[in-house]
Write a protein that binds this ligand. Structure first.
Ligand code: ZN
Ligand code: FE
Length: 251
């Protein structure tokens, strides 16, 4: 399978996987026009849509896509209240698409029903894990998001993190406010700045990279624990995670 990202809105990405016959699976089409244009340009044949959660910037284009391609299968968690869903998915479900297996992983936190889809090496994690950061807690708790991160962190290091927003630069600026001397984060920041200056995407990232630069995956890291300890007595990884998330909300 081949991976492509299509820009939508201000900073969304709609991810597309295609096979040798140009059949494609579309992830989180928040708006239809950019993806319809790409379908025409590349002669893709859409077979399915995967949805991670109910927010409009992820599902807003489904109706129009279904009008163009009535046989499209639409998968998503039960929290999505649109009539176009053909099958609800939940933790542990396996889908067979483009001749590959896709596993559904429950990743609550940003919303309660948020799911991610994994088909090696591709992970579509919506608004759960971002490069260098994590999604806002609109419905779930910090503990739920922490558990979701723990879960995703069990995937192989070469996993490609295909998240739904280009938030990398601001996430890394926040990380550097806490760990200004961290070599890996500084190195990554320089790379990200160059890409963004050219208007290029910083995604997909890899899980191996995230383990180094994403402070939300580094809650067991002594450097970060020492830094957080200056502000709070909380020290358990899930408490540090919650502290980081709250700090980022007002950064
Ligand atoms: Zn969202
Ligand atoms: Fe979003």
């Amino acid at each position: 399978m081949k991976l492509t990202s299509i820009s939508a809105f201000q900073d969304n990405y709609i991810w597309v996987l295609t096979d040798e016959e140009n059949k494609c699976v579309i992830v989180d089409p928040g708006e239809a026009n950019p993806i319809l244009n790409a379908i025409t340009e590349h002669h893709w044949q859409p077979v399915a849509i995967l949805l991670t959660h109910h927010h409009a910037d992820h599902v807003g284009g489904v109706r129009q896509l279904k009008e163009h391609y009535p046989s499209l299968a639409v998968y998503g968690p039960q929290e999505i209240k649109i009539p176009e869903i053909s099958q609800f998915v939940k933790e542990g479900d396996k889908l067979e698409l483009l001749g590959h297996e896709f596993s559904v992983i429950a990743t609550p936190g940003h919303t309660l029903g948020h799911v991610s889809y994994f088909s090696y090496p591709y992970l579509f994690c919506g608004d759960t894990m971002f490069s260098g950061g994590c999604g806002r807690l609109f419905e779930g708790t910090a503990d739920q998001m922490y558990q979701s991160f723990e879960r995703l962190n069990q995937l192989p290091p070469e996993t490609l993190i295909c998240c739904a927003h280009e938030y990398t630069e601001s996430n890394i600026i926040f990380a550097l406010s806490l760990l200004p001397d961290d070599d890996q984060i500084n190195k990554f920041y320089n790379k990200v700045k160059i890409l963004r200056a050219k208007g290029q995407s910083t995604l997909p990232s890899t899980l191996a990279n995230e383990r180094q630069v994403n402070i939300f995956l580094r809650t067991k890291d002594p450097d970060l624990q020492r830094k957080v300890k200056k502000d709070t007595l909380l020290q358990r990884p899930n408490e540090i995670f919650a502290w980081l998330r709250a700090k980022k909300d007002t950064f």
